[in-house]
Design a protein around this ligand. Structure first.
Ligand SMILES: O=c1ccn([C@H]2C[C@H](O)[C@@H](CO)O2)c(=O)[nH]1
Ligand SMILES: [Zn+2]
Length: 141
């Protein structure tokens, strides 16, 4: 558990809380917010969007990634996630793969609670031995 929040943690906590407040989660009643810091310090946020056809719902991380890509950005420097409860709301398997697509070795995922950042991890820790763009894209980029 990390106990000290940096200035940017404080700013990002505000951003994820604002995103969480927009969640559409009438079925699970489990609102989640996510906020990405891009390579130039831009912030892209998203919330979970559920659906009466349950499997069609989107996670907050997925929504934030869509907002980032819509803005023309394809690199995640940091991802902040917040949910309710005591434990760690860490990205689901599908979202780990989606984050992986835009992550670098320096990307950090910050799992938050209302009081601050509870844990920080790398995508390598969340998704070891992962499959990624390097397998499919030419190396001469
Ligand atoms: O990291 C997570 C975990 C869960 N959810 C959402 C999916 C669903 O709407 C609700 C309950 O699983 O929380 C997220 O958005 N992100
Ligand atoms: Zn997910």
């Amino acid at each position: 558990m990390s106990s000290v929040n940096t200035l940017s943690d404080t700013q990002m906590l505000e951003a994820v809380k604002a995103a969480q407040s927009k969640a559409y989660a009438p079925y699970s009643k489990f609102p989640v917010g996510a906020a990405i810091v891009g390579p130039n310090g831009e912030i892209f946020s998203g919330c979970n969007v559920e659906n009466a056809s349950y499997p069609e719902g989107n996670c907050a991380e997925t929504s934030a990634i869509a907002a980032m890509v819509m803005a023309g950005v394809t690199q995640i420097n940091d991802m902040y996630v917040i949910g309710n409860g005591e434990g760690l709301v860490s990205p689901c398997g599908g979202c780990r793969q989606r984050i992986r697509e835009f992550a670098t070795a320096n990307t950090r995922i910050h799992i938050c609670g209302p009081e601050g950042v509870r844990a920080v991890m790398t995508i390598q820790e969340l998704l070891p031995h992962s499959f990624g763009p390097e397998q499919l894209l030419p190396a001469n980029e």
